[in-house]
Design a protein around this ligand. Structure first.
Ligand code: AMP
Ligand code: ZN
Length: 463
């Protein structure tokens, strides 16, 4: 079956045609490790996870590289504010990021290269760009990319470059489309950088953010690879600049398909660390939402539509996760050995193959579950139908990962649960809340569902 994805560069859906038959190479922009990543970031990381899982399910091998941005304006600012060295800051947030990725059952990348381990390669690419006259050195020992030297500049972000006069240079990593200028490849050392610098042919300094991804993607996936992903905020300037750098330095097509996920919003604004309107994974687990509920909430919209974060959405997700787990258990009890799948399965795969239409695929699955549930309640489900249903859920779970792992609850926690259930029955809400807190202190989350409580360990969560 053909798979097609929307390519931001060509603004249309395109059939996936991997450069190396049977294998898809993917680069995804990773976290900037100056803070704990928020659920908005994880919307993008889960979209990338779904992309990978779909490719794996239909039989491709996937080679996935995700960078760790451990040097940029924000990481340096944070290290200075906290009076800590850069490594201390970035290693803390890198391990928290990996923890959250595991909690959310996101398949790990094949490689997580860190920018600070690739400074020499960044200096080499900058040197090439100067030699090819795509870049120039300024008096202070910085190096800038000359956007006029690259014919295709602006294609990804669909910029009208005809009216564009390059007037100045931009030294910061992030800027807007109203401010299209020559951008920095290498930044000369400034007082604010403290002891963070590397030697280069142009003096002490550090790389610009955009250069990092051009170097690491092509180093690990080769000059030309299949798919590059990120959130829509990465289109300009980050990915536009990556294209300019890589194509000019390496004379390559660089990337075949550019895929970008829309933002997760809080009210009407993008959830972002700088606006401070964020929720982290540990916070949401603490509020009683399981990793599966968070996954469901994030994939309930197609990745190219905006999605608003809300408690209602999480509550709906909780119910959906409960339903799939509940039907799974019922089918498990009734099924026999078989590997047949219902006819709905083809439609399910078709929807995912059409630009990762997760809401449509979830709709097909949940309609099917409803049908099966009705038969179960009327005692009309045959063993072979039960097996088909079970196989469908198992296949679907290779994409969605909504089945909750069976957990063994230790006795000390079970005792507290029994006391809490008793308190709830007696409407002693304060006591039941304090027992819930005690359970949480011991590393367990208790979630009340229409069928009674569910109890999960807080995975890898450090207080
Ligand atoms: P950062 O850690 O800021 O470098 O971002 C890591 C990834 O998260 C990038 O691909 C961003 O595009 C993406 N991202 C940031 N904020 C959001 C959001 N509110 N919704 C979806 N993706 C986001
Ligand atoms: Zn990047």
């Amino acid at each position: 079956m053909d798979i097609q994805f929307y390519n931001t560069l060509t603004r249309k859906k395109e059939k996936l045609n991997p450069i190396k038959p049977g294998e898809v190479s993917i680069y995804t922009c990773g976290p900037t490790v100056y803070n704990r990543s928020h659920i908005g970031n994880f919307r993008t990381f889960i979209f990338e996870d779904i992309l990978k899982r779909v490719l794996l399910l239909v039989g491709y091998k996937v080679n996935h590289v995700m960078n760790i941005t451990d040097i940029d304006d924000k990481t340096i600012k944070k290290a200075n504010e906290e009076n800590k060295n850069l490594r201390e800051i970035t290693s803390k947030y890198t391990s928290e990021f990996i923890e959250d990725m595991n909690t959310l059952k996101i398949l790990p990348a094949n490689k997580y290269p860190a920018a600070t381990d690739h400074i020499q390669e960044m200096i080499a690419m900058t040197t090439t760009l100067i030699e090819k006259r795509n870049a120039y050195v300024t008096d202070d020992g910085s190096v800038y990319f000359s956007i006029n030297s690259f014919e295709n500049y602006g294609k990804l972000a669909n910029l009208d470059m005809s009216s564009q006069k390059q007037t100045d240079r931009v030294a910061s990593d992030e800027y807007t489309k109203d401010n299209i200028q020559d951008f920095v490849l290498w930044k000369s050392w400034k007082k604010e950088d403290g002891d963070i610098s590397w030697n280069s042919p142009w003096g002490k300094g550090r790389p610009g953010w955009h250069l990092e991804c051009s170097v690491m993607s092509t180093q690990y996936l080769s000059d030309h690879f299949d798919i590059h992903c990120g959130g829509v905020d990465n289109i300009f300037p980050h990915h536009e600049n990556e294209i300019a750098q890589s194509c000019a330095a390496l004379e390559t097509d660089f990337v075949n398909i550019w895929m970008h996920s829309e933002h997760l919003n809080m009210a009407d604004e993008k959830m972002s660390k700088s606006l401070g309107n964020i929720k982290t994974i540990p916070e949401l687990l603490n509020d009683g939402y399981s990793a599966e509920s968070l996954r469901y909430a994030l994939i309930s919209s197609q990745y190219r539509s905006k999605l608003s974060f809300s408690i209602n959405k999480l509550e709906d997700a909780k119910k959906a996760v409960h339903r799939i787990n509940d039907v799974f258990e019922k089918l498990n009890e009734r099924s026999i050995e078989s590997d047949s799948l219902p006819e709905e399965y083809n439609k399910f795969i078709e929807s995912l193959s059409d630009d990762l239409n997760t809401p449509k695929a979830l709709g097909i699955l949940f309609n099917y579950l409803r049908k099966v549930n009705r038969k179960i309640s009327k005692n009309e489900l045959s063993k072979s139908e039960a097996s088909m249903g079970l196989n469908f859920i198992k296949q679907a779970d290779k994409i969605f990962a909504l089945l909750v792992d069976k957990v063994i609850i230790p006795e000390s926690i079970s005792k507290l649960i029994v006391l809490r259930e008793k308190a709830r029955k007696e409407k002693q809400w304060e006591l039941s809340d304090s027992l819930r807190d005690k359970i949480k202190e011991k590393g367990w989350i208790i979630e009340d569902t229409p069928d009674g409580y569910k109890c999960y360990p807080i995975i890898n969560y450090k207080k």
